[in-house]
Design a protein around this ligand. Structure first.
Ligand SMILES: [Zn+2]
Length: 141
């Protein structure tokens, strides 16, 4: 199975857990990694991949997309507004057929939110691809 290089991840945990993501989510990550240099982004960093319920509680995460293995986060604090817009448009367009439907009824894959140092893309595929959450990473790795 394809493994995205450690240099694209903020933490070793996020890097090691990429293997539990839905394969289509990994496809989105690979596309983002390959697209980034074409818009002058040289610091694409995945800050979060698969999480546990306890970890979600700790950061007040209200949805289950990370622990159900269909979402990753991408740090964009050093990107320009144009670079953020270009990546969002690219992922939303290229992966339209596997996008999720947001609260406004619009299909999207990349959603930019947060402020200042915490600004990031939440990147997710459709809820129908959700997988069972992993309750004990140590037992299965
Ligand atoms: Zn997220």
């Amino acid at each position: 199975m394809t493994t995205i290089d450690r240099k694209y991840f903020k933490t070793t945990t996020a890097y090691e857990r990429q293997k539990y993501l839905h394969p289509l989510a990994i496809g989105v990550m690979l596309h983002a990694v390959n697209f980034a240099p074409t818009i002058g982004v040289n610091d694409l960093i995945f800050t979060e991949t698969v999480t546990t319920e306890a970890e979600d509680k700790l950061v007040g995460r209200q949805h289950d997309q990370h622990r159900r293995r269909v979402a990753v986060d991408v740090r964009v604090k050093n990107w320009s507004g144009e670079q953020i817009d270009a990546m969002e448009k690219e992922l939303d367009t290229y992966f339209n057929s596997i996008a999720y439907v947001n609260g406004a009824g619009k299909k999207e894959v990349a959603f930019c939110h947060g402020e200042a140092d915490n600004i990031h893309f939440h990147v997710a595929i459709n809820a129908k691809f959700k997988l069972p959450e992993i309750t004990d990473f140590e037992k299965i790795s």
